[in-house]
Design a protein around this ligand. Structure first.
Ligand code: GLU
Length: 301
């Protein structure tokens, strides 16, 4: 028998919506072959579904994003032959939408202000949470969470200048079937904790901006790298809280370098533009992706 305080929610996408996919590069460096492969998979899936493919530029992190990288991403995608529909959506131009979502989460009493610093958090966590990827948000200690009975401060100008966290439904298991990575599930409060939705610099977190945009743009399938599977559970909770339909998901395996480490923007040799300058053609890159994918589908015994 299932204990009263636990439940499993299997999230299935809303049926029969015409396919809308998206590419969502962050302009923090030149696109490398790993991004290109994920974007190629996204474009192939949209094409197979005779769907639309949008382009969203994740440029909220002003300390790391550069306009020059936006230009280079557009150029590289065009070179690779991955056509997306106009207009291009820039997250930096969509702040009112994210603010409105924060206000809705606030009215639903699903968030709370958080005054803890990253350092507080690092000190509280003696050891990294088991199974927690290095780049994933650490598990927020539950004892730091205020009771839901405590009235929330208003969201006014000052309210947008503080950190807000989403209160996850502890004990609830969220599950979905990923089109590429297979069945996925995570236990709220254990596999991931209360996560940031808003930062005191006045900007939404990636989780909030992404969920709001996927809903607002009517995305039916999110294709992205497997490093973001854990984020998906947070975004599913946000979509539910905002009463928006969930898309389906296809998390593509990450490309690794010769040391088995995942490709990063510092791998300059694997930047698309470096390959292009070295004489590699877009046809060759795409043929390589297609070959890899066939090999993944039918591995040699
Ligand atoms: N901008 C994110 C990245 O480049 C991807 C976000 C997403 O696809 O949801 O890693």
């Amino acid at each position: 028998m299932i204990p009263a305080d636990t439940s499993t929610t299997v999230v299935s996408p809303a049926p029969t919506r015409p396919y809308v996919g998206r590419l969502a590069p962050s302009p923090t460096g030149h696109l490398h072959i790993g991004h290109a492969r994920t974007f190629w998979i996204a474009a192939e899936r949209a094409r197979a579904a005779r769907g639309r493919l949008l382009l969203r530029i994740d440029d909220l992190d002003t300390s790391r994003c550069r306009p020059a990288y936006v230009d280079s991403a557009l150029e590289d995608l065009a070179w690779l032959g991955l056509a997306t529909e106009a207009p291009v959506y820039f997250q930096s131009a969509r702040l009112p939408l994210y603010r409105e979502a924060l206000v809705r989460l606030h009215s639903a009493n699903l968030i709370y202000p958080c005054h803890r610093s990253r350092r507080d958090l690092a000190e509280a966590l003696a050891a990294p949470h088991e199974g927690n990827a290095a780049d994933d948000e650490p598990l927020y200690p539950i004892e730091w969470r205020p009771s839901p009975e405590v009235p929330l401060p208003a969201i006014d100008t000052a309210g947008f200048a503080q950190n807000w966290r989403f209160r996850v439904p502890d004990g609830e298991t969220l599950a979905f079937t990923d089109a590429l990575a297979g069945p996925q599930s995570a236990l709220a409060g254990q596999d991931f904790g209360d996560f940031l939705v808003w930062r005191k610099d006045g900007l939404p977190s990636y989780q909030l901006a992404c969920a709001v945009d996927d809903a607002a743009l009517g995305i039916t399938e999110v294709v992205r790298g497997a490093d973001l599977v854990r984020s998906t559970f947070r975004q599913l909770l946000l979509l539910r809280a905002l009463k928006a339909p969930a898309p389906s998901f296809a998390h593509a395996p990450l490309m690794l370098d010769e040391h088995g480490e995942r490709l990063a923007k510092r791998h300059d040799a694997l930047a698309l533009r470096t390959l292009r300058e070295a004489g590699v053609t877009a046809v060759e890159v795409r043929a390589r992706f297609a070959l890899d994918r066939n090999a993944e589908r039918s591995p040699n015994p």
